[in-house]
Design a protein around this ligand. Structure first.
Ligand SMILES: [Zn+2]
Ligand SMILES: [Zn+2]
Ligand SMILES: [Zn+2]
Length: 346
């Protein structure tokens, strides 16, 4: 009998992936020898080297037993920080210098100014901090810092989207090895979130419900589920484009993280740590990218549902993926989920 590879379409995007199981690779086939990173060069993000970076625009400072929020003042740099957010030295997007610039972000249909913000969020004073084994209070602070920056940036009239993401490992594009995330605020909504938001709007108009709430209901009963706890679900998406890809979705419907309660922030930190730890243990600390998908447009409150997408970088995409936008995944999402569940139960 002729066996074909499966062709699967994303829940919302018009993006197809070939699940090429005939290569029958197991997720653990991707585990590789850990290459020693060059630890010799001076780290500008480490404690004591604050003067190598611009002044912090947000600091969580440790004061006695309290956490105080502040920023660097008048050329001084605080050293007793737990979290430090600084402008990127080489920003892709820069704040407007005056009002006229704000009005001219998009000058025509195909030309504009890259106005926005580009920040580096230093996640810990500890150089090698990793969400997979961070202390829960510190990881909770990290989520709070994401939310603080989101709140401030989304209030700016020229900001239409905010991408919060983490690149881990050289292969995933991290140029600095100190634990950090990046935040980029853009003057237009980039194509992938824009398509997701548009498709979820359409679904809402046709079905009077949120497509992601629907996906959660289906995936908790599917072989792709990894974690199902009180506040969050983690699953390998049906049309995963990466081996071991997983998404974290809040059970409470919300279009972004601004309305998370204290308990939910803590639960998110825990869920993030647990799932990142499973990935780390399963394939020996792989490089990855994770990024939040969210909406800051009030109109999409009812139909868009924020989530975190985690892309392990275990295989190198070749010409086909880059040229066509169609993907080949050599590990079935159901297998990825089963392996992650197995390591969680171990
Ligand atoms: Zn460092
Ligand atoms: Zn929803
Ligand atoms: Zn998404």
């Amino acid at each position: 009998m002729l066996a074909y590879n499966e062709l699967r379409k994303d829940y919302l995007l018009n993006r197809w992936v070939v699940i090429a199981t005939d290569r029958s690779r197991r997720p653990t086939d991707f585990a590789k020898q850990r290459t020693e990173s060059d630890q010799n060069s001076l780290c500008p993000l480490c404690v004591g080297n604050e003067n190598m970076t611009p002044p912090a625009l947000l600091l969580y400072l440790k004061q006695n037993e309290e956490i105080k929020t502040d920023r660097d003042h008048n050329g001084t740099r605080s050293k007793n920080w737990l979290i430090r957010v600084i402008p990127n030295l080489y920003p892709a997007f820069s704040p407007p210098k005056d009002q006229t610039d704000q009005a001219q972000i998009i000058k025509s249909g195909s030309y504009g100014f890259a106005i926005g913000h580009h920040e580096v969020l230093i996640e810990s004073p500890n150089h090698d901090e990793d969400p997979a084994d961070a202390e829960l209070p510190q990881l909770t602070l990290l989520i709070k810092a994401y939310i603080d920056r989101l709140r401030e940036l989304c209030a700016k009239p020229y900001v239409k989207y905010i991408s919060i993401f983490r690149n881990y490992g050289k292969e995933a594009g991290a140029s600095l090895s100190h634990a950090h995330s990046q935040i980029i605020a853009t003057p237009t909504v980039p194509i992938i979130p824009a398509q997701e938001i548009e498709a979820s709007k359409k679904f809402y108009e046709q079905n009077q419900k949120c497509v992601f709430c629907d996906i959660i209901k289906k995936e908790v009963k599917s072989p792709r589920i990894v974690i199902d706890n009180r506040h969050f679900v983690v699953f390998a998406p049906y049309a995963s484009v990466h081996p071991l890809e997983f998404w974290i979705l809040p059970k409470k419907h919300a279009s972004n993280l601004l309305g998370l309660s204290k308990a939910e922030i803590k639960a998110f930190a825990e869920t993030l740590r647990t799932s990142m730890k499973a990935l780390k243990d399963l394939v020996n600390d792989p490089p990855y990218n994770f990024s939040f998908h969210l909406s800051i447009n009030h109109k999409s409150e009812n139909y868009y549902h924020w989530h975190l997408e985690v892309y392990p970088r275990l295989s190198i995409w070749a010409g086909f993926e880059k040229n066509t936008g169609m993907y080949i995944n050599t590990v079935k999402p159901e297998i990825s989920a089963a392996e992650l569940r197995k390591i969680l139960q171990a």
